[in-house]
Ligand binder design. Structure first.
Ligand code: DQA
Length: 148
């Protein structure tokens, strides 16, 4: 399975954006770790990470990589709570999708408790920091490998 880790708006700023909430690590730091974890634990699979501040580009990316054998781990940032176009795009995908948030969105402002795309995902992991992405990838990979 190919796993796409897709980030939305403002998540290119991780590392220095509100570090008390989102930590000090960057997406690039994490990608290196994900790649070596994947190579060791799931050598037949691969991971690609992308980030978009342009909603149209993010939706086009999802549509381009979509397929039965694709897995998507998505953190749309603030678009989670506001984007009907992203919701509609995710609803139309054949790929399995897991939503991830670094912060515990249910423990923050009320508007962050609503995800417009959650009904079209397999599930959501929120508040586990960067580890949440590993959990999400593992969920997709274990299911695709049909491991009980
Ligand atoms: C976030 C939570 C969102 O509410 C926020 O707009 C973000 C980051 C998270 O990963 O915790 O940009 O998706």
């Amino acid at each position: 399975m190919k796993v796409y880790i897709v980030h939305g708006i403002n998540l290119d700023q991780l590392g220095h954006r509100q570090p008390a909430i989102y930590g000090h690590q960057t997406l690039a730091d994490q990608l290196t770790l994900w790649e070596s974890w994947m190579a060791n634990s799931w050598p037949a699979s691969s991971v690609e990470a992308v980030q978009f501040n342009d909603e149209d580009a993010l939706i086009r990316f999802l549509q381009a990589v979509d397929g039965e054998d694709a897995g998507v781990v998505i953190n749309p940032g603030a678009w989670t709570h506001s984007s009907i176009p992203l919701r509609d795009a995710v609803a139309g995908l054949r790929a399995k999708v897991v939503e991830v948030h670094l912060s515990h969105t249910y423990a923050r402002e009320a508007f962050r408790r609503v995800s417009l795309l959650a009904p079209f995902t397999k599930g959501t992991i929120s508040g586990m920091g960067w580890l949440g992405y590993r959990f999400a990838m593992e969920a997709l990979l274990v299911e695709a490998a049909d491991i009980p």
